[in-house]
Design a protein around this ligand. Sequence first.
Ligand SMILES: NC(=O)c1ccc[n+]([C@@H]2O[C@H](COP(=O)([O-])OP(=O)(O)OC[C@H]3O[C@@H](n4cnc5c(N)ncnc54)[C@H](OP(=O)(O)O)[C@@H]3O)[C@@H](O)[C@H]2O)c1
Length: 287
Amino acid sequence: MIVVTGATGNIGRSLVGRLLEQGVPVRALTRDPARAELPARTEVVRADLVEDPDLAPLLADAEALFLNLAAGGASAQRLIDAAQRAGVRRIVLNSSLSITDSPVDDTNFISRSHAEAERAVRASGLEWTFLRGGNYATNALRWAPAIRATGVVRDAHPGAQSAPVHEADLADAAAVALLDRSGAHAHQIHRLTGPEVLTNTQQVAAIAEVTGRPARIEQISEDEAAEAMAGPHFPIEAARQLVHLFGQSIDAPAFPVTDDVARVTGHPARTFAQWAGDHAGDFAGHR
Ligand SMILES: NC(=O)c1ccc[n+]([C@@H]2O[C@H](COP(=O)([O-])OP(=O)(O)OC[C@H]3O[C@@H](n4cnc5c(N)ncnc54)[C@H](OP(=O)(O)O)[C@@H]3O)[C@@H](O)[C@H]2O)c1
């Protein structure tokens, strides 16, 4: 039995599918099973990882846990403790390439929660694998409303560079690590990026290519971009840090391209063009 947190999310939904394909029983956690729309063979369990006082029953009979901090990251320590008590053998942590393994990690909003979770998982004594992902291709979904409505994306850094990684590749790597009985992935850090570096302008062009409708970036200030990004669950300070970070990747991407997706999964990393094709429906409509 493998327990998947964030099971209805970008990575989790793909991951549940992969594990079921391998014939492995999956317990998928969601706050709302009625809306989860997961495959019939999934054991879908209601859980609010922030609110629920007792997380132990969620891990009963589990061999491995996929821990995604997007699913109530503040409760990561409680979940790790519960996993330890339940006899879970390994934890695969969805972490981040923003971690530098230096004290800076604790001062940076983006890396702090992942660095804390990595420390807590290491301290648990369980087998672990850290999947440090670079820039997720799904970040481009933030442009979807503008692309659908007008084709004009407002962005502070059209020239920002990154190697966007497809959620299906993150899920494939997670499945390999969760199912690893050889120990090959135990206590390993995988650095997962997409296969090629693109600017934001090039990403928008790739999306226009699959929708068949023009799309372009109109440059705005960093403050405007941060204000647009901030919200009830994303403080303005964090948005400023993130927008500023994007700006630092104009000369070179923040994270160099790795071949870890291919090395871990056995297949090449999916391109951004492929991602855009898989998400064409998110960018089509309106206008
Ligand atoms: N974006 C990037 O470039 C990047 C790079 C590196 C790392 N990361 C990390 O990757 C993670 C995002 O992964 P993702 O894209 O797969 O996430 P996602 O698509 O946003 O999915 C998160 C899922 O978590 C569940 N969830 C939220 N609050 C919950 C709670 N209180 N209790 C239980 N479940 C809860 C939600 O499921 P329900 O609504 O069904 O409950 C949701 O489907 C973040 O931790 C981020 O820091 C992101």
